[in-house]
Design a protein around this ligand. Structure first.
Ligand code: GLN
Ligand code: ZN
Length: 755
């Protein structure tokens, strides 16, 4: 038995987001392909040599990407839709990612339940997979490049099953076509690539199959078997690691174990049940088990004692054990060394990608040399980890006393009360919260942050912006106004900065998609609200108009989904703490005369567990947290919520359970079907199906929105129908925003006149 160490993948953006800068300079035409490639090469080298110098046993390659690893696969196997074929090289690659003159990009969507986005392959019966320029294929080139630096690597590819399950049928593909139909020809391309990698001297290849962490049909498992039997049977190939992550792989485990793959990677952080599953199939003797014991999704130091005992149990169940991360480290920031401003006690509890490599190496040493050899390091880690996050016993006591929060009176009672307090017309018009963030607004925020302008000057600039936005909305004739959110950099970070129990990083960047990186705040202790967070701005806006101004907050689930969250208590408990802070904020808004409050939950769908069996429990706490936040107000105070993603499916029932008075949802691209679906699911409150798509600068005309509203009225009474765009306007310009909203209000008025 040998014990090795590895990671499944590593951040590629560089310590200073060098990849972002180089790519954007290339897009802007300021630099050429050579310079971009030079930066890319330097970044790859620093990752490989850095991992080697850290003492990691086996180092992955082909985890670098200029944009996205799924896009890389599509290009590798020539799954390039016709509309990009007149372009080549980097032009074609980036056009697929971002679109080009008259050529829309591939669709982009979330990678499982992470905040990383991939480009969705578009496949049809005409797709002809082939290995493009085999000698220069990216995985082969990177393997050779690393070898040239003296680093032997294990190229990583998205596995064939996951690639196809994440693909969509190309527009125009016949009904009934499924990407999975293309498994056999796709596997032949993998086969050719594996043979070439073997020819280049490559000993191991990693095939990522995270799709196995979700429910899979018997047919899909058959496809898995077929693919890996074919690849396993190749006469000349590297050894294969089928890497799974993001959860338990259930029925897929015996299937993989029945093929000839030499190694299986299992996630023991998101999928603790994987341990029992291995035991139940009698272990994996003669196989290598890559044990994902260090969390690749979160920023906390590992519980090394637990990691060690998991690995120790595996020693008796597998041929060889490789200590590894639960998934690629793509999802965590690169290096804690760059965080000098964090509170010392918090910093001691953290491990970013670079520190996680050390943890993997340490667990490997402990297994090989015995605990005693690394006892000091383990003790130090335990002490740091056990240092509690700030506990707030007041928050805990209040939550215990509140229970569910009491709930709100009957919907009919609220409806009548709100008719009195607000007196809104049928088909009331509103927006989702943010107005365009102009260069001046961004500059004012940046200047204030950097201390270049005084707080007074900054606040005056924000008030001037609110004045403008309120005046514009009055001029447009909207019924429920907003303050426009000019003071918010980001809908989560803005609140995180004001809540106790949250910390911001200076450099904790994580790739969200392409060159877009985010810096999720760290929720590390009990959450409490030292003082009101939004009341000043909202009441200022309300002081400028007689129409109702809607307060704007981010909901508990979204506050967790877009942060790194403490893992020492259930998410549900943390969600309740955030909810309590919001509940206080909403009551303060109400007391200050605000009659409408919106609580955004765009991430409700995103946190939905991959396995169906886990969903009811999740939805129960997610809905409970929303209700706790919103149930402290009088019946006459109107609670809105907003969600934006097109695939509501699984959560449609939950939207009603939130018990808001109005839900505004993205529907512009789904032709109002959502209104029918919601009604069918028993939803009885107000609905604002977005009547136009804010993701495009196009100005919709009055007639098309009028038509949408009339269609919606087929499924809902006019008093319950709201008229709004499908999301916030902050990424849009003023010209199109004004024109679109003017048309939207006109459409509402026309329909109203015919009621
Ligand atoms: N109120 C937020 C805004 O308008 C909502 C953003 C979102 O749904 N993602 O910007
Ligand atoms: Zn939205």
């Amino acid at each position: 038995m040998t014990i090795d160490t590895t990671v499944l993948g590593y951040p590629r953006i560089g310590p200073d987001r060098e990849l972002k800068r180089a790519t954007e300079a290339y897009w802007a035409g300021r630099t050429g392909a050579e310079e971009l490639e030079g930066t890319a090469r330097a970044l790859r080298r620093s990752v490989w040599t850095g991992l080697r110098d850290a003492g990691l046993g086996t180092i992955p390659s082909n985890t670098f990407s200029l944009y996205d690893q799924m896009l890389d696969m599509s290009v590798l196997v020539d799954a390039v839709p016709e509309r990009f074929r007149h372009l080549d090289g980097l032009d074609a690659y980036f056009a697929m990612a971002r679109g080009a003159e008259g050529v829309p990009a591939l669709e982009m969507t979330k990678w499982f339940d992470t905040n990383y986005h991939y480009l969705v392959p578009e496949l049809g019966p005409d797709t002809r997979f082939r290995l493009v320029r085999p000698e220069r294929a990216k995985p082969l080139a990177e393997y050779r490049e690393a070898r040239g630096l003296g680093v032997e690597t294990r190229p990583v590819l998205v596995g064939p099953l996951t690639y196809l399950l994440l693909a969509k049928a190309a527009p125009g593909a016949p009904d009934g076509f499924r990407p999975l139909d293309l498994l056999d020809p796709l596997v032949e391309v993998y086969a050719e690539l594996l043979e070439r990698l073997a020819g280049a001297g490559c000993a191991w290849v990693q095939l990522d199959e995270p799709a196995l962490a979700a429910d899979r049909t018997g047919e899909e498992l058959d496809a898995l078997r077929r693919a890996y039997e074919r690849l396993g049977a190749l006469p000349s190939r590297p050894r294969l690691l089928a890497a799974t992550y993001f959860g338990e792989i259930g029925d897929a485990l015996p299937v993989l174990a029945g093929t000839r793959v030499e190694a299986i990677g299992l996630d023991f952080v998101a999928g603790p049940g994987n341990l029992r599953a291995i035991a139940s199939i009698g272990g994996l003797p003669r196989r290598t088990l890559v044990a994902g014991v260090v969390d690749g999704r979160n920023v906390w130091r590992a519980d090394l004692g637990r990691a060690l005992s998991t690995c120790a149990s595996l020693l008796g169940l597998a041929g060889d054990v490789v200590v590894g991360t639960s998934c690629s480290l793509l999802h965590v920031p690169l290096d804690l060394a760059a965080e000098t401003g964090l509170d010392g006690a918090l910093r001691a509890r953290l491990a970013f990608a670079r520190q996680k490599v050390d943890e993997v190496v340490l667990v490997g040493r402990a297994l090989r040399e015995g605990h005693e050899a690394v006892a000091a390091e383990i003790a130090e880690s335990r002490a740091a980890r056990d240092a509690e996050g700030a506990a707030d016993y007041r928050v805990r006591a209040r939550l215990d006393a509140l229970g569910e929060g009491g709930g709100r009176p009957d919907r009919a009672v609220r409806f009548a009360a709100q008719a009195r307090t607000l007196g809104l017309p049928p088909l009331a018009t509103t927006t989702i919260g943010s107005f365009p963030q102009t260069a001046e607004v961004r500059a004012a925020r940046a200047d204030h942050r950097a201390g270049r302008i005084t707080t007074e000057a900054y606040e005056a600039a924000m008030r001037a912006e609110i004045d403008r936005v309120v005046a514009l909305q009055e001029d447009l004739g909207l019924d429920v106004l907003v303050h426009g959110e000019p003071e918010r950099n980001d809908m989560v970070q803005y609140f995180a900065e004001q809540l106790d129990g949250y910390a911001a990083t200076a450099n904790g960047w994580v790739q969200s998609y392409g060159t877009r990186c985010v810096r999720p705040p760290i929720l590390h202790g009990d959450v409490a609200r030292p003082e009101p967070m939004t009341v000043r701005w909202t009441t200022y806006a309300q002081s400028r108009t007689r129409r109702p101004v809607k307060g704007m907050l981010t909901g508990p689930v979204t506050m967790l989904a877009w942060s790194f969250v403490r893992d020492d208590q259930p998410l549900a408990d943390t969600a309740r703490q955030v909810a309590l802070a919001l509940r206080d904020e909403i009551r303060d808004l109400e007391a200050a005369g605000i009659g409408v409050v919106q609580v955004d939950e765009p991430a409700l769908r995103e946190l939905l567990p991959l396995r169906r069996a886990d969903r009811p429990a999740y939805l129960a706490w997610a809905v409970g947290a929303f209700r706790l936040a919103t149930s402290g107000v009088a019946p006459g105070t109107q609670i809105h919520t907003h969600m934006c993603y097109s695939e509501f499916g699984e959560v449609i029932g939950a939207i009603g359970d939130l018990d808001a008075d109005v839900a505004s949802v993205e529907a512009a691209r789904s032709h109002m079907e959502l209104v029918t679906d919601l009604s069918a699911a028993g939803y009885a409150a107000g609905i604002g199906p977005g009547v136009y798509d804010i993701h495009s600068p196009r100005v919709p005309d009055v007639e098309e929105m009028e038509e949408s509203l009339r269609r919606a009225l087929g499924a809902i009474a006019p008093g319950r129908l709201w008229v709004n765009p499908d999301c916030g306007l902050k990424t849009r310009g003023y010209a199109e925003t004004e024109a679109s909203l003017r048309n939207m209000v006109a459409a509402a008025h026309r329909v109203r006149a015919t009621l």
